[in-house]
Write a protein that binds this ligand. Structure first.
Ligand code: DAH
Length: 337
């Protein structure tokens, strides 16, 4: 009967086994016996009957064995992921991820600013020239555009305005200001782009945080106090600010803000010994910008500021270059340089 074994061994499902069993029960020697039974004597019938029984039992046995094998195989497949012999020590320790340093500082700043009543606003990364430049008091011919060379798209928007990868988050001032009723306070964290030669401190994309307050009787004193409080919270040490006159087309007066160096006495810092560090540009919102928001500059004033988040991350984590920010090296992302 080894032929029977071979036939069943070729079956891969229970149904195939049952079908083969029926076929074998009606063919070959069994079919032969069934034929002869019709004309056999009663003595012969006994013998034939016994033989047929043996043959059928053999078929059933081989069939049952194959069905069992198939079912065991199926169970093994189902069981595979839960192999009880597998100890947890066989697993390689899974490395836990963490937020990128830029995301960590952005979240921290958002949380600090929200304590001062600031909402988070957003704007598109592909911006039209009106929001990125013109409405910010930087018309076509303005030399300030030169300082922010960026990537220009071939497309124009629905009003025929040229599109650029935004060079600054300042455009969100206009987007938000022209759609919300003052008084309001917003920050806008986000990626910006510049056509830069890349080196340790320059990249073609980086992150800024814009701040805008529109209210009545706003002065530079509000700006100084706000920034002192924010940086004191961020660096967890008392920070004072110093302002130097500067020029940005969308503010008047415009200032460059330095903060007292939180690492002045930290010998491990590259900033050791330095009294001030330059961190941001700011000022009182230019009346033209207030007008471009659709507001009356005689009624509303504002303060605005913008800084590089990447720089804040560098200061906080004592990172010298910014090229590591985007190279994805795990060691850097886990806090080492
Ligand atoms: N947008 C400026 C830049 O990218 C930074 C800036 C300066 C933002 C002064 C401001 C501001 O809101 O008042 O260089």
């Amino acid at each position: 009967m080894s032929n029977t074994h071979n036939l069943f061994a070729a079956c891969s499902t229970v149904n195939e086994c049952l079908k083969l069993r029926d076929e074998l029960n009606n063919s070959g020697e069994i079919a032969e016996i069934k034929k002869q039974l019709a004309t056999a004597t009663s003595e012969e019938k006994k013998l034939f009957g016994k033989k047929m029984n043996e043959l059928q039992q053999e078929i059933r046995k081989v069939c049952d064995e194959q069905i069992q094998r198939i079912q065991q195989e199926q169970e093994k497949d189902n069981f595979l992921p839960y192999d009880p012999t597998f100890s947890s020590s066989n697993y390689k320790k899974v490395q836990q991820g963490n937020l990128h340093p830029i995301t960590q500082i952005t979240k921290e700043l958002v949380s600090i600013f929200s304590d001062f009543g600031f909402d988070v606003a957003d704007g598109p990364l592909v911006e039209n020239q009106w929001f990125n430049f013109t409405a910010l008091n930087t018309p076509d011919y303005h030399p300030a555009r030169q300082m922010q060379d960026t990537f220009f798209l071939k497309n124009v928007d629905e009003n025929g305005e040229k599109l650029v990868m935004r060079t600054q988050t300042s455009g969100v001032q206009i987007r938000y200001g022209s759609t919300h009723k003052p008084p309001f306070r917003i920050i806008c964290p986000g990626t910006v782009y510049r056509n830069e030669d890349m080196d340790a401190t320059h990249d073609i994309n980086f992150h800024q945080m814009e701040g805008l307050v529109v209210d009545k009787n706003i002065s530079l004193a509000h700006l100084a106090t706000l920034l002192e409080q924010v940086f004191t919270k961020l660096y967890k040490t008392a920070i004072t600010v110093r302002m130097r006159p500067s020029y940005f087309p969308f503010v008047n007066p415009g200032v460059e803000v330095d903060i007292s160096n939180p690492f002045q006495h930290d010998a491990s810092s590259k900033l050791y010994g330095q009294e001030w560090i330059e961190v941001l540009g700011a000022g009182l919102v230019h009346p033209t910008v207030i007008t471009n928001m659709g507001l009356d500059p005689n009624e509303w004033q504002g303060l605005a500021f913008g800084f590089g988040i990447d720089r804040m991350v560098q200061l906080k984590f004592k990172i010298s270059g910014i090229t590591q920010f985007y190279n994805g090296h795990l060691e850097f992302l886990q806090g080492g340089e």
